[in-house]
Design a binder for this molecule. Structure first.
Ligand code: DMJ
Length: 456
């Protein structure tokens, strides 16, 4: 064992002892409620900043105190993404303000090329959950309008969607895509089918996801880049994070939400392969490594903030034993750098991308693990992560992403998922379970709650 490995082992042991010690102590109802209040205050601070400095924009730039639009024109990403968080947190005024902005100004009849994946998970997902929570039919009309404008993206020779589509003309571009940007429509499009009676939505979404599935390797893994025109893999590296993550997530969740057994079987096949070829145990915890999809041989031992979500999926699926091991690695990654980096080498400890984008996945996994096990350790972990975010990322106008977790230099961006996901999961970790019944709703990958239509 060399010096770096010994140092790693020592840090990991210290971490385990500190969490094990704290996990003896249970959070009281009062302490949990104090955590909830802290998170509500953070939500209000972020929303106040958005309203003051970036009203009507997609997102707030919290350092320059201006607004930012993704596609030249605004699609109100922040209010759409934030509505259901406000609703669940009981912030009724803020929920009404967000809804009012959306109803009065959101318009999709715009000559703008949008990225299908992002618009689907944030806007379509947000509108659908907002409709289900508020029962305001204008939100459903907007969702249907948007869903219809996204359909031309699926007109490729394989049925796998192009990455970009023009909302007005239906013109598409960018055939080099990836499993996440191809397979992350099952929940929103399926819900739209359920609510409108138009089967087209779920049909195209399911075909797209299964075009990826049928191109899996002999060892049941998928790669990172695929050409939607030819169906050929262009990058055969398999991993669990960026560009693949929510493809797996949606196969499992489409089973939960709609009871689709094809999706369940596909997820089980992938999950078995993921656990066999990617799951790697080192002294500091378990991580998912990167391998070649055909040989299963390791390509890079990299892991990061996005990969952390899978512990939550496993906990939700009933495999808490594996989820616990992964969360040990997730928390190690957080504590070693606090906040966690976008990517690091879990064998050497070297950081390969030092940014922290205010991402939710690590806290999200604490939430699912706490719900599944009731182990206080996950509350302690979540509390430390939340405290780091609220102290290190807070600015006068809102919360900022971190450019470098070592220097804590901030960058001028507060993505809408901070309100949609990070603060929502943080709150739900400490809130009474009745706020969200996981037997009745399924969160899309942007944490928008959708009502189950199966009894799974
Ligand atoms: C979100 O937009 C979604 O969770 C997506 O699946 C991954 N990236 C961000 C959050 O990190």
């Amino acid at each position: 064992m060399n010096f770096t490995q010994r140092l790693h082992l020592l840090t990991a042991l210290l971490l385990v002892f500190s969490i094990a010690g704290k996990s003896q102590k249970s959070f009281t109802a009062q302490e949990k409620s104090a955590e909830c209040e802290k998170i509500k205050a953070a939500c209000l601070h972020a929303w106040k900043g958005y309203k003051k400095y970036a009203p009507g924009f997609d997102a707030l730039k919290p350092i320059s105190k201006t607004g930012h639009n993704w596609y030249g024109t605004s699609f109100l990403m922040t209010p759409v993404d934030a509505f259901d968080t406000f609703y669940l947190l009981g912030l009724t005024n803020e929920a009404n303000e967000a809804k009012e902005m959306v109803i009065s100004s959101l318009n999709f009849n715009v000559d703008a090329e949008v990225q299908l994946f992002e618009v689907n998970i944030r806007l379509l997902g947000g509108l659908l959950s907002s409709y289900e929570l508020s029962q305001d039919r204008r939100l459903l009309e907007l969702a249907k309008n948007l869903g219809t404008r996204l359909l031309p993206a699926f007109n490729s020779p394989t049925g796998m969607p192009y990455r970009f589509v023009n909302l007005k003309t239906g013109k598409t571009r960018d055939p080099l895509s990836n499993p996440a940007e191809i397979g992350t429509y099952l929940l929103e499009f399926g819900k739209l089918t359920g609510l409108t009676g138009d089967s087209t939505f779920y049909r195209v979404a399911k075909q797209a996801a299964f075009e990826v599935f049928k191109r899996r390797s002999d060892i049941d893994l998928v790669g990172t880049t695929i050409d939607v025109n030819t169906g050929e893999w262009k990058n055969t590296e398999s991993q669990i994070g960026a560009r693949i993550d929510s493809y797996y997530e949606y196969l499992f969740k489409a089973w939960l939400l709609f009871g689709d057994t094809d999706c369940k079987q596909a997820w089980e096949i992938h999950n078995k392969a993921i656990k066999k070829y990617l799951l790697t145990e080192v002294p500091s915890g378990c991580y998912f490594t990167r391998v070649d999809m055909k040989s299963g041989k390791e390509t890079h031992s990299l892991y990061g903030a996005l990969d952390a979500f899978y512990a939550g999926i496993l906990a939700l699926s009933g495999d808490s034993a594996t989820a616990r091991k992964i969360q040990k690695g997730n928390f190690y990654m957080w504590k070693k750098f606090h906040p966690e980096p976008e990517e690091f080498n879990f064998r050497t400890g070297r950081v390969t991308d030092p940014s922290y984008a205010l991402r939710p996945e690590n806290i999200e996994s604490c939430f699912y693990l706490y719900r599944a096990t009731k182990d206080q350790a996950y509350l302690w972990m979540g509390q430390q992560m939340i405290n780091d975010i609220l102290t290190k990322c807070k600015t006068e106008a809102g919360f900022s992403q971190v450019k470098n977790v070592k220097t804590l230099e901030l960058s001028d961006s507060m993505e809408s998922f901070f309100l949609a996901e990070t603060l929502k999961y943080a709150y739900l970790l400490f809130a009474p379970e009745e706020v969200v019944d996981l037997g009745k709703i399924v969160f899309n990958t942007e944490a928008h709650p959708l009502r189950m239509t199966s009894d799974k």
